[in-house]
Design a protein around this ligand. Sequence first.
Ligand code: MG
Length: 317
Amino acid sequence: MRTGRASALTDTGRRRMQNEDAFVCDPPLYAVADGMGGAQAGEIASRLAATALEERAHDLLGEEAVADLIREANDRIFRHALADPTVAGMGTTVTALLVDEEAGTVAVGHVGDSRAYLLRDGALEQLTADHSLVAELVRSGRLTPEEAEQHPHRSVITRALGTEPDVEVDTFSIAAAAGDLYLVCSDGLTSMIGDDQIIAVVDEAERDPDGIAEGLVRAANRAGGEDNVTVVVFEIVEGAPALLLEPDGPTAEAAAVAAAVTPDEASPVVPAAGEIGPGVEPVRRHGAGSGGRWLALAAILVALASAVVLVWWGLAR
Ligand code: MG
């Protein structure tokens, strides 16, 4: 088996001003991080996590490697927050899938309430268990899944990266099979649409990852778009392993991004979520950036119109 097509998309949604999600779509690693914290701290936390994962993913394989990557990300975010009081308390979820083509496995590492799903033989299986308040209440029988969906505190997570010096990481491995479709997503998708709708989008897109990513983001926004929504999709296909280890990988690029995400430079311009993996195709990003440009253009036009009116008024007097 080997990895086939992949696609990733992130969107601010319809209610939020900023996108605090980040993703990695860089074979053999696929991951989503959903940041939290005041001002731009959430964006910094999720981006630090994505960068830490992407930098070292190319020379690693297996469950322990995923756990190590996530612990390294935790360490970076925690130290960054210690050094900069303006982002104290920032944190992020992370759900990361690392494919080992030789072994035919997908190693999963997970903290928080972003999720990984496997679509196999038409059935959608949630692979990760949410580290959230409502998920724990459901597991202990004190809340039904239906009550959890409507619960006012459904976005409260019980485990995050960056808030403590150490983090407990859930890890496990899946025996991959040709035809598998893996989906990694932030809660902005799963709090808006259910399993049936996810399957319907996959069918409608005829399993094309680009179409699936676009369809899922569109469906989440149509359902209200109350949160940032991020989707990473990849397929496993027949064939000999194709990935080569790339110890040099994107390290220099990723380090440059990490260096750019300092608190001083992060305000007011923060690198966009989709820009974690520059040059990685097909990684696309919709939304967040273009709104700002149109606002700026509108402001300039309004200023020009005001100037014309003032001059005309002055001449008319
Ligand atoms: Mg979220």
